[in-house]
Design a protein around this ligand. Structure first.
Ligand SMILES: [Zn+2]
Length: 199
């Protein structure tokens, strides 16, 4: 949100060319793009990236793409739900997954507002099972870092219990939105609505 000199910071740790990749286009994940000509993102993020006034060129990454850094390779996994073009980035060699916002411990996962989709979020957590065993740590963008891979399953179970009405939500207001907060114990899901149990 506030770190506008990502390029400058990166330049203090390497003299190699720097490429800027975003996991998704929420404002708090794009601020550092200032100073870069091009931003790598999933194609489904570009509309929102423009909506918030970003003018840098977009270069697309899709599921299965490998970003070859020379001595390490990063694999792109598409995990829509938090946003349509959210991606996770897997480093098989170092055995960690960069998850962006959808997977957090002790975090607040924003699932309210226009570009969120709970159904896709749940599907994406299932999708990530394909890479089970390929990483030992998850590096989320917020809250505790790093966290254990088991949080994928925990969030999957948690999100399912939310949409089936098994977790009681608490109504709150955040940034002018009326939201319903579902506390899963290890993280909270902030949703648009109250899910009712089917009778
Ligand atoms: Zn986000």
């Amino acid at each position: 949100m506030t770190t506008q000199n990502a390029k400058e910071i990166a330049e203090t740790i390497t003299s190699l060319p720097i490429t800027y990749l975003i996991t998704h286009s929420d404002r708090d994940h794009t601020c550092g793009s200032a100073g870069f000509d091009t931003v790598l993102m999933h194609p489904l993020e570009e509309a929102h990236f423009r909506l918030i006034g970003r003018e840098e060129k977009a270069r697309y990454v899709n599921e299965g793409d490998i970003i070859d850094l020379g001595d390490r390779k990063l694999e792109i996994i598409h995990i829509p739900g938090h946003t349509p073009g959210s991606i996770a980035v897997l480093d098989r060699e170092a055995r960690f997954l960069i998850s962006g916002d959808p997977i957090q411990e002790k975090g607040r996962i924003f699932m309210f507002g226009e570009h969120r989709n709970m159904e896709n979020y749940i599907k994406s957590l299932e999708h990530l099972k394909k890479w089970e065993g390929s990483f030992d740590e998850i590096w989320p963008s917020h809250a505790n870092i790093p966290i254990a891979p088991e949080y994928i399953d925990k969030l999957h179970a948690g999100a399912l219990s939310v949409v089936s009405g098994k977790v009681k939500g608490r109504e709150e207001e955040l940034h002018g939105h009326k939201i319903v907060v579902y506390n899963l114990g290890f993280s909270t899901l902030l949703c648009d609505k109250r899910y009712e149990a089917e009778l």
